[in-house]
Ligand binder design. Structure first.
Ligand SMILES: [Ca+2]
Ligand SMILES: [Ca+2]
Length: 204
Protein backbone atom coordinates (compact mmCIF):
# COMPACT_ATOMS: atom_id res chain seq x y z
CA UNK A 1 0.00 0.00 0.00
CA UNK A 2 1.41 3.37 -0.92
CA UNK A 3 0.03 6.78 -1.64
CA UNK A 4 -0.27 10.36 -0.50
CA UNK A 5 -2.52 11.89 2.11
CA UNK A 6 -3.53 15.54 1.99
CA UNK A 7 -5.33 17.43 4.72
CA UNK A 8 -5.95 20.95 5.96
CA UNK A 9 -5.00 21.99 9.49
CA UNK A 10 -5.68 18.92 11.64
CA UNK A 11 -8.83 17.80 9.90
CA UNK A 12 -9.48 14.50 8.20
CA UNK A 13 -7.35 13.75 5.22
CA UNK A 14 -8.20 12.94 1.64
CA UNK A 15 -6.33 10.40 -0.44
CA UNK A 16 -4.61 11.98 -3.38
CA UNK A 17 -4.19 10.25 -6.71
CA UNK A 18 -0.63 9.11 -7.19
CA UNK A 19 0.79 8.85 -10.68
CA UNK A 20 4.28 9.00 -12.12
CA UNK A 21 5.81 10.76 -9.17
CA UNK A 22 3.12 13.39 -8.97
CA UNK A 23 -0.14 13.57 -7.11
CA UNK A 24 -3.33 15.50 -7.52
CA UNK A 25 -6.81 15.58 -6.08
CA UNK A 26 -9.60 17.82 -4.87
CA UNK A 27 -9.78 19.27 -1.40
CA UNK A 28 -13.20 20.45 -0.22
CA UNK A 29 -12.79 23.34 2.20
CA UNK A 30 -16.36 24.55 2.02
CA UNK A 31 -16.89 23.89 5.75
CA UNK A 32 -13.85 25.89 6.80
CA UNK A 33 -13.81 29.52 7.72
CA UNK A 34 -12.25 32.12 5.51
CA UNK A 35 -8.69 32.98 6.33
CA UNK A 36 -5.30 31.36 6.64
CA UNK A 37 -5.09 27.56 6.87
CA UNK A 38 -2.29 25.07 6.51
CA UNK A 39 -2.42 22.52 3.69
CA UNK A 40 -0.38 19.43 4.52
CA UNK A 41 0.74 16.35 2.63
CA UNK A 42 2.50 13.13 3.51
CA UNK A 43 3.37 10.05 1.49
CA UNK A 44 3.69 6.47 2.72
CA UNK A 45 5.08 3.29 1.19
CA UNK A 46 4.34 -0.43 1.34
CA UNK A 47 6.39 -0.83 4.53
CA UNK A 48 4.61 1.92 6.36
CA UNK A 49 7.41 4.40 6.05
CA UNK A 50 6.17 7.97 6.24
CA UNK A 51 7.66 11.01 4.60
CA UNK A 52 8.04 14.26 6.43
CA UNK A 53 4.92 16.41 6.33
CA UNK A 54 4.95 19.08 3.68
CA UNK A 55 3.08 22.26 4.51
CA UNK A 56 1.76 25.12 2.45
CA UNK A 57 0.00 28.16 3.84
CA UNK A 58 -3.23 28.91 2.00
CA UNK A 59 -5.87 31.61 2.31
CA UNK A 60 -9.43 30.33 1.85
CA UNK A 61 -11.58 32.96 0.15
CA UNK A 62 -15.28 32.12 -0.12
CA UNK A 63 -16.43 35.69 -0.73
CA UNK A 64 -17.50 36.55 -4.25
CA UNK A 65 -16.25 39.78 -5.76
CA UNK A 66 -18.65 42.56 -6.63
CA UNK A 67 -18.74 44.24 -10.00
CA UNK A 68 -20.75 47.05 -11.54
CA UNK A 69 -21.18 48.38 -15.05
CA UNK A 70 -20.43 52.07 -14.87
CA UNK A 71 -21.34 54.50 -17.59
CA UNK A 72 -24.95 54.07 -18.70
CA UNK A 73 -25.08 52.45 -22.10
CA UNK A 74 -28.41 53.64 -23.43
CA UNK A 75 -28.10 54.58 -27.07
CA UNK A 76 -24.88 54.95 -28.94
CA UNK A 77 -24.76 56.75 -32.25
CA UNK A 78 -21.33 55.36 -32.96
CA UNK A 79 -20.41 51.75 -33.51
CA UNK A 80 -17.20 52.33 -31.57
CA UNK A 81 -18.12 51.35 -28.05
CA UNK A 82 -16.27 51.38 -24.76
CA UNK A 83 -17.39 50.63 -21.23
CA UNK A 84 -16.08 51.24 -17.74
CA UNK A 85 -17.05 50.23 -14.24
CA UNK A 86 -15.76 49.19 -10.88
CA UNK A 87 -15.22 45.95 -9.02
CA UNK A 88 -14.14 44.99 -5.53
CA UNK A 89 -13.16 41.87 -3.65
CA UNK A 90 -12.22 41.11 -0.07
CA UNK A 91 -8.81 39.79 -1.15
CA UNK A 92 -8.15 40.87 -4.71
CA UNK A 93 -9.51 40.79 -8.23
CA UNK A 94 -8.02 38.42 -10.75
CA UNK A 95 -9.77 39.71 -13.85
CA UNK A 96 -13.01 41.17 -15.21
CA UNK A 97 -14.69 39.85 -18.35
CA UNK A 98 -17.06 42.02 -20.40
CA UNK A 99 -19.50 40.57 -22.93
CA UNK A 100 -21.68 42.16 -25.60
CA UNK A 101 -24.38 39.84 -26.95
CA UNK A 102 -26.35 40.91 -30.00
CA UNK A 103 -26.04 40.95 -33.78
CA UNK A 104 -22.31 40.46 -33.22
CA UNK A 105 -20.88 39.06 -30.00
CA UNK A 106 -17.77 40.38 -28.28
CA UNK A 107 -16.13 39.09 -25.12
CA UNK A 108 -12.89 40.40 -23.70
CA UNK A 109 -10.91 40.88 -20.54
CA UNK A 110 -11.03 44.37 -19.09
CA UNK A 111 -8.06 46.35 -17.97
CA UNK A 112 -7.86 46.90 -14.22
CA UNK A 113 -6.40 50.13 -13.00
CA UNK A 114 -6.11 52.18 -9.88
CA UNK A 115 -4.29 51.59 -6.65
CA UNK A 116 -6.87 49.13 -5.46
CA UNK A 117 -7.50 47.59 -8.91
CA UNK A 118 -11.13 48.50 -8.52
CA UNK A 119 -11.62 50.32 -11.81
CA UNK A 120 -12.01 48.45 -15.06
CA UNK A 121 -12.34 49.49 -18.67
CA UNK A 122 -12.30 47.93 -22.10
CA UNK A 123 -10.72 49.31 -25.25
CA UNK A 124 -12.89 50.85 -27.91
CA UNK A 125 -14.49 48.08 -29.93
CA UNK A 126 -16.39 48.28 -33.22
CA UNK A 127 -19.83 46.70 -33.22
CA UNK A 128 -22.51 46.74 -35.93
CA UNK A 129 -25.88 48.39 -35.37
CA UNK A 130 -28.45 46.61 -33.27
CA UNK A 131 -29.56 45.86 -29.73
CA UNK A 132 -27.05 44.35 -27.31
CA UNK A 133 -27.02 42.96 -23.81
CA UNK A 134 -23.92 43.89 -21.85
CA UNK A 135 -22.81 41.83 -18.88
CA UNK A 136 -19.72 41.96 -16.71
CA UNK A 137 -18.26 39.10 -14.68
CA UNK A 138 -15.52 39.52 -12.11
CA UNK A 139 -13.28 36.76 -10.77
CA UNK A 140 -11.13 36.75 -7.69
CA UNK A 141 -7.97 34.72 -7.11
CA UNK A 142 -10.03 31.86 -5.66
CA UNK A 143 -12.06 31.82 -8.91
CA UNK A 144 -15.18 33.02 -7.14
CA UNK A 145 -17.25 34.76 -9.81
CA UNK A 146 -19.81 37.53 -9.70
CA UNK A 147 -22.00 38.81 -12.53
CA UNK A 148 -23.20 42.39 -12.74
CA UNK A 149 -26.72 43.38 -13.57
CA UNK A 150 -27.01 43.30 -17.32
CA UNK A 151 -27.46 46.46 -19.32
CA UNK A 152 -29.00 46.94 -22.71
CA UNK A 153 -27.65 49.19 -25.40
CA UNK A 154 -28.77 50.12 -28.87
CA UNK A 155 -26.12 51.02 -31.39
CA UNK A 156 -27.63 53.16 -34.10
CA UNK A 157 -25.36 54.77 -36.67
CA UNK A 158 -28.11 55.28 -39.24
CA UNK A 159 -29.20 58.91 -39.66
CA UNK A 160 -32.97 59.27 -40.10
CA UNK A 161 -34.29 60.89 -43.26
CA UNK A 162 -37.53 62.85 -43.76
CA UNK A 163 -38.96 64.44 -46.89
CA UNK A 164 -42.23 65.91 -48.13
CA UNK A 165 -43.70 63.97 -51.03
CA UNK A 166 -46.94 65.93 -51.41
CA UNK A 167 -47.50 68.66 -52.39
CA UNK A 168 -44.67 68.79 -54.83
CA UNK A 169 -42.46 71.78 -55.38
CA UNK A 170 -44.07 74.91 -56.86
CA UNK A 171 -47.56 73.50 -56.16
CA UNK A 172 -50.47 75.88 -55.83
CA UNK A 173 -52.40 75.21 -52.64
CA UNK A 174 -55.32 76.71 -50.74
CA UNK A 175 -55.49 77.87 -47.16
CA UNK A 176 -55.89 74.34 -45.97
CA UNK A 177 -54.18 71.52 -47.82
CA UNK A 178 -53.01 68.02 -47.26
CA UNK A 179 -49.37 67.16 -46.71
CA UNK A 180 -47.67 63.81 -46.99
CA UNK A 181 -44.14 62.72 -46.43
CA UNK A 182 -41.90 59.79 -45.73
CA UNK A 183 -39.34 59.02 -43.10
CA UNK A 184 -36.80 56.26 -43.04
CA UNK A 185 -34.17 55.16 -40.63
CA UNK A 186 -31.84 52.26 -39.96
CA UNK A 187 -30.22 50.99 -36.84
CA UNK A 188 -33.24 50.49 -34.64
CA UNK A 189 -34.51 54.04 -34.48
CA UNK A 190 -37.51 55.07 -36.54
CA UNK A 191 -39.00 52.29 -38.58
CA UNK A 192 -39.24 52.62 -42.33
CA UNK A 193 -42.63 53.60 -43.69
CA UNK A 194 -44.91 56.51 -44.37
CA UNK A 195 -46.01 59.02 -41.75
CA UNK A 196 -49.04 61.27 -42.08
CA UNK A 197 -49.17 64.59 -40.29
CA UNK A 198 -52.80 64.77 -39.23
CA UNK A 199 -53.14 68.53 -38.89
CA UNK A 200 -50.95 71.57 -38.80
CA UNK A 201 -51.93 75.09 -37.85
CA UNK A 202 -49.53 77.75 -39.00
CA UNK A 203 -49.79 81.32 -37.78
CA UNK A 204 -47.65 84.29 -38.58
CA1 LIG B 1 -12.99 36.97 -2.75
CA1 LIG C 1 -31.16 55.42 -36.78
Amino acid sequence: MFGVKVWVDNRSSVEAVYADGTFSGTVDCSSLTEGIHILKSQSYDYCGHLSSIGTVSIFIDNTEPFVTLGNPLICQTSGNITATGSATDNIGLKYVVVSFTGPSNWTGTATLSGLTSEDWSIPTIPLPDGDYIVSVTSYDYANNASVSDTSSISIDTGIPMCEITFPGGDSVVGKIFRIEGTHRDTGGGLSAGVAFIRSVSITE
